[in-house]
Design a protein around this ligand. Sequence first.
Ligand code: G3I
Length: 316
Amino acid sequence: QAPLRDLADQQGLRMGAAVAAHRLDEADYRRTAAAEFNSVTHENALKWESVQPQRGQYSWSGADRLVEFAQQNGQRIHGHTLVWHSQLPSWVENGDFTPAELTRVMEDHIGTTMGRYRGQIGSWDVVNEPIGDDAQFRDSVFHRTLGEDFVAESLRMARAADPDATLFINDYNIDGINAKSDAYYELAQDLLAQGAPLDGIGFQGHLVSGQVPSDIQRNIQRFADLGLEVMITELDIRMQLPVTQQKLEQQARDYTRVVNACLAVPGCSGVTVWGVTDAYSWVPDHFDGQGAALPVDEDYAPKPAYWSIHEALGGD
Ligand code: G3I
């Protein structure tokens, strides 16, 4: 059976996984991450708190490790993430900056991080989750200090840092058409109208089995119609535990729907699942009683969801 990455290559599609650099010591993890995916995203190692925990003190070991792994395995890398209210070191989160100071801090962080991986990381979640579930801009040091302009400013800084990189904004609960994705649709139009260098939008795709939005394809299409690249950047489809065969089959149908929606829209460049194995998924830690959200189970065995992606990508 062809691995997912070969099928995705044939479709010209990105089939990625979030990878935790420190798990690469584990043989099964490493083997699965290399064999199945043509793209990787750092699950945590490129976030601000990992990369620049103290002002001016950069630490690249985790981030470098996955970059080297990807290069050894001929994988593309999606950079996650530069400007986000979460997993910020306290010197940024609680910093009392003037707008000019924060701009310098952001320029330095974006410029140094993107600069280090220029030519190696081809696309970036420049701004992550700027809008809340109430469809309003979220409170953050960035929004408090710079206002809504922080999004356009971040994109400009990113373009200056690496003119060849594809620049994304990325969020969850915007997979279907709803108030929050409408807010992104407006934000994207607004950014493009003012000439801000926005190239793509990431739908994270943290979904619940049986509740895949029915209009996901229409939603991908409307952003693609703006000229944006759309990616499903963090797909997982969680279920109430314990796992049953019936739930696995429902989940497989859910994965098919998401992958097919992406395949149906030429502007959708691929799908990344948020983890290599159910064993290390973030889901059970954050949603009580839920889990089993990924296509590969805790023992690295492919689940029905794996085979449904396989089939959607043209495998037999
Ligand atoms: O690194 C510390 C470790 O030193 C400590 O011993 C351990 C004890 O809890 O915590 C470790 O930090 C954890 C970190 O992951 C690294 O493993 C944090 O507690 C934990 O909260 C953190 O969770 C990450 C989460 O983002 C934080 O918001 C998840 O792994 C990661 O999958 C998740 O990813 C996010 C995307 O970046 C953005 N979209 C949503 C997605 C899911 O939440």
